[in-house]
Design a protein around this ligand. Structure first.
Ligand SMILES: [Fe+2]
Length: 141
């Protein structure tokens, strides 16, 4: 790459960085999964986007227990070729709380349990597939 292209890309990257915060906050400002990011950046049951036939195997199913939630994604764990990489717990404002990483060799199913005793209202769970991206579901505690 010559110096001229290098400088051009650097300027373009700087401009993109100026707009990135606005883009990143666009989904958060609505405070709901109905933003226009659903179906493109992440997927939901209502907005499965290009993965319309993949809802059942990717949407995290959440069950509420006493001070905790259990999350199950009905997806295969086929070694490193196709598996759920992690479950991520977010609070009602989409702030990261914690996550559970899965080992596709050792873990037979993508199941996780999160302590939610310090939270109330809505929490979100992201289930990430190595081929079919991030899926989000929520539950009210
Ligand atoms: Fe998948």
């Amino acid at each position: 790459m010559d110096r001229r292209n290098f400088v051009r890309l650097g300027v373009a990257g700087g401009v993109a960085a100026l707009f990135a915060p606005a883009v990143a906050n666009a989904g958060k400002s609505s405070g709901a999964l109905s933003s226009n990011m659903a179906g493109g950046i992440y997927y939901t049951a209502a907005n499965p986007g290009r993965w319309g036939k993949k809802i059942n195997g990717h949407l995290p199913m959440i069950e509420k227990g006493d001070g905790q939630i259990q999350v199950i994604t009905g997806h295969e764990m086929n070694a490193h070729s196709h598996y759920i990489t992690k479950h991520i717990l977010l609070d009602g404002d989409f702030n990261y709380i914690t996550e559970v990483l899965f080992d596709p060799i050792k873990d037979k199913a993508p199941k996780s349990v999160f302590n939610t005793s310090k939270y109330n209202g809505t929490v979100y769970v992201v289930s990430h597939c190595n081929k079919h991206d991030a899926w989000v579901n929520s539950i009210t505690l």
